[in-house]
Write a protein that binds this ligand. Structure first.
Ligand SMILES: NC(=O)c1ccc[n+]([C@@H]2O[C@H](COP(=O)([O-])OP(=O)(O)OC[C@H]3O[C@@H](n4cnc5c(N)ncnc54)[C@H](O)[C@@H]3O)[C@@H](O)[C@H]2O)c1
Length: 433
């Protein structure tokens, strides 16, 4: 396949800078990618690596693998780095996270030990449960932006990179509602210079990325890049952005089960979701201010899919509750329960129970890989601003103001595939293939 890009080639070296490099998701993603490229394991869960795509040419339909027909960067050309507020290498972080077995980590130990985080741009006001030891020597937001920009430039130079993508896989910050300062770039810069409490560190990373022409992906639920100021900035600087909050366990189930209810015109009057989780993310989300950010992200899904205004007799009175409980013994092996109170013919009640014994970071790692490769592809193909076609991967997909996001997993899949086809000039298809 010929490279289609005007802005760099798939075969160039691509830097992957991860904010939260020492976290469970980041270390599982990096160790897994190193392991796959050495042939020790398979990239299960990654659409970019495993899935086929139907391509129609005249009357003929072929089904090549996405990675063989769409010019995404090869795993061999990824160079990993990033920031954390603790100094552990990716090797140490993976051991600490206890997601992967020691045996799996050891196979790529040499490379993983060499991947060490740069000091994080941090302000404890925004993640109250963490007390970082490996942080930049200021909490002034504008100074943080300048230091992040310096880090990006030196990483690019030292590793002789052609392009970079930045991925936020760091802790969930406290809830910061959108306000005047987030509306335009002049107000945002002014607020950064005045060190306003409405500027979270994640916004500094996002600003720095866009300033440097680097795509930015937000895997957590905070505002970060999802505001008019940074969306406009991304369009002005021709940068691809996407978010927010990886859609992994419970919300993935919700975006599959809700369309099922709606397609069959079955009613819903209650959905109670609860989780137990014992990793550092669970500890951070135990703080009510951080949980609030997550709650907002998790709650929007059902309403948007079920359209209660259109179907008030079916969905006009839903009690939707989401809980996350920090329970250390489970570590990263989250258990998520859903109790769904639905009703059918003549209003007769029924219940559906889901008990998903998942592994949070095992579900999130392939999403990180796909998002990095697809966002870089979008950037090279001149698709700037919000990448709504990547909604497939997010709980709370970024979307144009005044429009509803698409939440249905299968519709999102169809949209994503058509966008991938468009990058190589192939015809769009209706089917989910
Ligand atoms: N695993 C999933 O299924 C999933 C799904 C959706 C969203 N997420 C989100 O992804 C993020 C990562 O999850 P995790 O399980 O890896 O959490 P984690 O706590 O293991 O890792 C987060 C890392 O971010 C670091 N960090 C915090 N603030 C930072 C800053 N300002 N700069 C640099 N580093 C910083 C922490 O030190 C930590 O190492 C969380 O926000 C989580 O809510 C995870």
């Amino acid at each position: 396949m010929e490279n289609i890009s005007a802005n760099g080639n798939a075969s160039d070296k691509l830097g992957v800078l991860i904010v939260g490099l020492g976290g469970a998701v980041a270390s599982t993603f990096v160790i897994g990618s190193l392991s796959v490229r050495k042939g020790y394991s398979k990239p299960i869960g990654s659409i970019s690596q495993l899935s086929e795509i139907s391509i129609k040419k005249g009357s003929e339909i072929t089904e090549p693998k996405i990675k063989d027909i769409i010019p995404i960067t090869s795993l061999n050309d990824l160079v990993f780095g990033g920031w954390d507020i603790f100094p552990e290498s990716v090797y140490e972080a993976a051991i600490h996270a206890e997601v992967l077995s020691k045996e799996d980590i050891e196979k790529v130990a040499d490379e993983a030990k060499a991947i060490k985080p740069m000091p994080g741009a941090f302000d404890q006001e925004f993640v109250k449960r963490l007390n970082g030891t490996h942080v930049k020597g200021t909490t002034n937001k504008w100074e943080l932006v300048q230091l992040i920009i310096e880090d990006i430039r030196s990483f690019k130079k030292e590793n002789n990179l052609d392009r970079i993508v930045i991925l936020w896989a760091a802790s969930t910050e406290i809830y910061v509602p959108m306000s005047e300062v987030h509306m335009d770039i002049a107000s945002l810069e002014k607020a950064m210079k005045e060190n306003s409490p409405e500027i979270a560190p994640s916004m500094c990373y996002a600003y720095a990325a866009i300033n440097e022409g680097i795509p930015f992906i937000n895997g957590a639920p905070a505002l970060t890049v999802d505001m008019p100021a940074l969306i406009d900035f991304s369009l002005k600087n021709k940068v691809a952005i996407c978010g927010k909050d990886f859609k992994t366990g419970q919300t993935m189930m919700k975006t599959v089960l809700s369309p099922m209810l709606k397609t069959r015109m079955l009613g819903l009057n209650g959905w109670f979701s609860t989780n137990i989780l014992g990793n550092r993310d669970g500890e951070v989300l135990d703080d009510p201010d951080s949980f609030k950010t997550k709650e907002v992200s998790k709650l929007s899904v059902i309403d948007t899919i079920l359209e209660p205004k259109k179907y008030p007799e079916l969905y006009g009175d839903i009690y939707h509750k989401v809980r996350i409980n920090y329970y250390p013994p489970r570590k990263d092996n989250k258990e998520g329960w859903d109790n769904i109170d639905l009703f059918g013919w003549m209003g007769y009640p029924m219940q559906l129970k889901v008990d998903f014994l998942c592994r949070d970071s095992i579900l999130a790692a392939p999403l990180c890989l796909d998002l990095v490769l697809f966002t870089d592809l979008a950037q090279r193909c001149g698709s700037y601003g919000i990448q709504t076609w990547l909604s497939f991967y997010f709980k709370s997909p970024m979307h144009e103001m005044g429009k509803n996001p698409e939440h249905d997993l299968f519709t999102q899949n169809a949209i994503m595939r058509n966008k991938l086809r468009s990058f190589i000039g192939a015809e769009p298809l209706d089917a989910l293939v």
